[in-house]
Design a binder for this molecule. Structure first.
Ligand SMILES: C[S@@+](CC[C@H](N)C(=O)[O-])C[C@H]1O[C@@H](n2cnc3c(N)ncnc32)[C@H](O)[C@@H]1O
Length: 508
């Protein structure tokens, strides 16, 4: 799926970094949080003044059936979606929506599917993009006047269409969407603090919630409050925006052959993710439809998978609300936080050098099962470099930044031991945070008696335990490699020292 930046149920990545309406600081630095409980998330029926929509009794009645999605495993709504898609031009499929073991509902092969076969062929008329026609034309025109970027525009579009129920041509699609997408957007601040304390994903989730809240606040201030007849607060509010952004984060895709446009592709968005496949969606100019080409064969009855991009378990949890089975994600990584020592004699100079390249005193770098980036090593060199190396601070800080023009493979053999020890110390302090959480998780939540609340807590806790176990596993591996490397360096130094002593004794 599409990252907020390249939310790509598809090519690459679903890492939302949607562009906001303005550069307002609220988008990045908002501090308020909005506790959202599952129970609270109900929407009332509203009639929007919209002259392009008939408001006959029939329509009003239909609005009473307004559907903001369904239970995540509802097959009934999925069947209506499938029927409507066929009636609207989706060609005969080799897959059907069914209950599945991985992902609750998914697409299952009806016939043998070969490796390299093209599937889906969703026509552009069934794809939602920023250019899709609005059922409430006035709403669409107003957003266009304000040049609202794609992500907030699509979020508003979904809410507008959902609120118009049967009057929207997307009714069947919207009815089959999850009423509450699995997403960290629905975790309260206290749940994030309690379950994700050890993981940097907690901070990413807070930033994302603040981005969504800030974007909604901007839209409200600049547009909705000025056109409240078209965008009534009962419909266009932070709760409905959490829903629509949750849908976008988990379903929006970027289509490389459609000028990289972001799109919701009904039907295709019923495909679940597997870390073992690499295929993604794209627009196929020859068949004029959204397709994807399988990279393995499927037997009838097998679930067909797609790749949501090479994402870590934390990123998958953040956008899609699931954590793959332990050890199955070759793209998994954990963010390691490194900081300059405040008592460093050159703290100020180092901080200034980092700031020049857009870095701060504390930086996070990804540790992968396969190793760590050169930038992390450069940051470690900077953290341990002595005052005598002042003239190098700038170059080292540049190498620690992600600017591709900067030289990365700097090496200071005389600092290597200290730099590796610095990374090891940080790994070990992170490992102990995970151990603390994982040990405590066994007895957590046993005091909750409300069954619904207990279910929710157990579910979130299990996700957090799965995430923390996989992140800690990568840290353990890094710890092992670092310890061995340090032993080798120290043994080598000892050997050199012994050789030197032996050499000196020749002269005695
Ligand atoms: C694009 S939708 C896929 C269709 C979805 N299963 C449905 O019924 O609407 C993405 C959502 O599917 C679920 N999902 C996808 N891949 C999964 C996986 N490997 N394991 C668990 N859940 C998965 C997650 O809830 C995710 O947010």
């Amino acid at each position: 799926m599409a990252d907020a930046s390249s939310m790509v149920l598809i090519r690459a990545t679903l890492t939302p970094t949607f562009s906001s309406l303005s550069s307002s600081s609220s988008l990045l630095f908002g501090t308020t949080h909005h506790p959202i409980s599952r129970g609270k998330f109900s929407r009332s029926l509203i009639t929007i003044r919209c002259s392009s929509i008939s408001t006959s009794n029939d329509t009003l009645k239909a609005q009473e059936e307004v559907s903001w999605g369904c239970d995540v495993d509802s097959l009934e709504n999925a069947a209506s979606l499938q029927k409507w898609l066929y009636q609207s031009g989706l060609p005969e499929q080799r897959m059907a929506i069914q209950k599945v073991d991985v992902g609750e509902r998914g697409l299952v092969a009806l016939k043998n599917i070969r490796k390299g076969e093209k599937l889906l062929f969703v026509p552009p008329s069934l794809v939602i993009t920023a250019d899709s026609e609005w059922s409430c034309k006035e709403a669409g025109e107003i957003l266009k006047q304000y040049n609202v970027p794609d992500w907030p525009l699509l979020a508003t579009y979904l809410i507008s269409e959902a609120s118009l129920a049967s009057s929207s041509r997307w009714k069947n699609y919207i009815s089959a969407l999850p009423r509450q997408p699995y997403s960290l957007l629905y975790w309260t601040q206290s749940e994030l603090d309690r379950y994700l304390e050890a993981s940097q994903i907690r901070q990413r989730a807070i930033e994302r919630i603040n981005d969504v809240t800030g974007t909604f606040d901007d839209l409200k201030l600049r547009i909705f409050s000025r056109h409240s007849d078209i965008f009534p607060e009962k419909v266009f509010n932070i709760e409905t925006f959490k829903w629509s952004f949750g849908i976008l984060f988990s379903r929006l895709v970027r289509l490389p052959s459609m000028d990289d446009r972001v799109a919701l592709v009904p039907w295709a968005d019923m495909l679940n993710h597997s870390c073992e496949v690499e295929t993604f969606l794209d627009y196929d100019k020859s068949s004029k439809g959204v397709v994807y080409t399988t990279d393995r064969a499927y037997q009838p009855g097998e679930q067909v998978f797609i790749s949501y991009g090479k994402k870590s378990n934390g990123e998958l949890l953040l956008s899609y609300g699931f954590v793959p089975r332990e050890g199955t994600n070759p793209s998994d990584s954990v963010e390691l936080s490194l900081s300059l020592n405040k008592s460093d004699k050159c703290f100020k100079e180092k901080m200034e050098a980092l700031a020049k390249y857009g870095l701060s005193v504390s930086q996070c770098y990804p540790l992968r099962v396969t190793g760590w980036p050169l930038e992390l090593m450069a940051y470690a060199y900077l953290a341990v470099s002595p005052p005598a190396m002042k003239n190098w601070f700038d170059d080292i800080a540049a190498a620690a930044s992600n600017k591709s023009t900067c030289k990365k493979d700097i090496s200071f053999p005389e600092l290597q031991e200290d730099a590796l020890q610095f990374i090891l110390d940080n790994c070990e302090s992170s490992i102990s945070k995970y151990s603390k959480f994982l040990q405590a998780s066994g007895s957590m939540d046993l005091d909750v008696t409300n069954p619904k609340l207990l279910n929710r807590k157990l579910f979130l806790k299990q996700l957090a335990v799965d995430l923390c176990t996989s992140e800690q596993r990568i840290l353990f591996r890094a710890q092992y490699i670092l310890r061995r490397r340090l032993q080798e360096i120290r043994r080598g130094e000892l050997k050199a020292l012994r050789l030197f002593d032996g050499f000196m004794s020749l002269f005695k």
